[in-house]
Design a protein around this ligand. Structure first.
Ligand code: FES
Ligand SMILES: [Fe+2]
Length: 319
């Protein structure tokens, strides 16, 4: 099991006073929005173990409390049981586990470290979105391990073999500082059925294997965009949540009206992004972390990457 921040949905997927079941890392959790804030709790009611998310639990629009449908015990935003007509003050002894939750850049994240809620060991970066066009989203699930998806960003040779990019080189060696892994690459990307090539520079920052920021610059066009690429372990593999944001300052509108560019460019980026991960799919779904594999010189710094990922594997501390 991995530790860190995990994306459990887009902000738009949970409206005011809605709740839904989520299962990052195979846990049974409940995501809800009371008033404007998003919260994540255990899904199982501490009274008699009913799954509140799946059994018709509700959020009260006045108080923002969650109600378990089995005996109608309410829990406040700190997870404390509220006085009840039959159980009276005894219901106040109940505690619904609450997990650290952050909502930013149109996505909702929960911090996990094993089964129990834990103080986050690091915080997520804040990106000033005022210069970016509205977020476009992509959601997919895949039967592959999260660590294998994350390794994509340091797998130099796959850029040409899988994606057909040319002249891929490392422009900034992989480095790890605190809990952040950084690296950068450039390559040539064919377009228009191979009639032309674009010089592409990407810089990658990982805040754990589950949280990737990929900044991309198309050199000739001066266009910059960022893909907020989140991988979350789920029972059947991994969920991919991607947020695509284009820097509107880089759409100059020299040749094409800016309004048209602002509409077209994000959708083009989304289309190319979906096409890119479609190329990765057959590899991702059929790759196994076998101890007998033999890394080669030219692979990229896998050893450093593997150590980085290992530092996010949860280890139970024996008491
Ligand atoms: S099981 Fe939830 S109120 Fe009884
Ligand atoms: Fe890839």
């Amino acid at each position: 099991m991995l530790t860190g921040w995990f994306c459990i949905g887009f902000s738009k997927s949970v409206k005011k006073y809605q709740l839904k079941a989520v299962s990052p890392c195979g846990l049974k959790l409940l995501l809800y929005r009371a008033h404007n804030e998003a919260y994540v709790t255990a899904a199982l009611c501490p009274h008699q173990g009913v799954d509140i998310a799946k059994s018709g639990g509700t959020v009260d629009a006045n108080t923002g409390h969650i109600h378990c449908p089995a005996h109608n015990i309410a829990f406040d935003q700190q997870g404390r049981g509220c006085p009840h007509p039959i159980y009276q003050q005894h219901a106040c002894r109940l505690r619904l586990l609450h997990y650290p939750t952050v909502e930013q850049h149109g996505m909702i994240f929960v911090y996990l470290n094993g089964n129990e809620p834990a103080e986050p060991e690091f915080s997520l970066p804040h990106i000033d979105l005022s210069h970016y066009l509205p977020l476009l989203t992509v959601y997919q699930t895949i039967s592959a391990e999260t660590a294998i998806l994350a390794r994509n960003s340091v797998d130099l040779a796959h850029f040409s073999a899988v994606h057909g990019y040319n002249d891929a080189v490392i422009t900034e060696n992989i480095s790890v500082s605190d809990r952040v892994l950084s690296s950068a690459y450039s390559f040539k990307r064919p377009y228009l059925w191979n009639f032309g090539e674009l010089n592409v520079s990407i810089s990658v920052k990982l805040y754990g294997p589950s949280y990737n920021i990929v900044r991309t610059r198309l050199e000739e066009l001066d266009v910059e965009f960022t893909i907020l690429l989140m991988f979350t372990p789920i029972d059947a593999g991994s969920a991919i949540h991607a947020g695509i944001i284009v820097d509107r300052r880089t759409l100059t509108g020299k040749f094409i009206p800016k309004k048209i560019l602002e509409f077209v460019v994000p959708h083009l980026v989304k289309m190319f992004f979906k096409r890119d991960i479609k190329c990765d799919y057959p590899i991702w779904c059929n790759q196994y972390g076998d101890a007998n594999t033999q890394p080669l010189k030219g692979d990229g710094p896998f050893a450093l990457f593997n150590n980085y990922v290992t530092s996010f594997v949860y280890e139970a501390t024996s008491s």
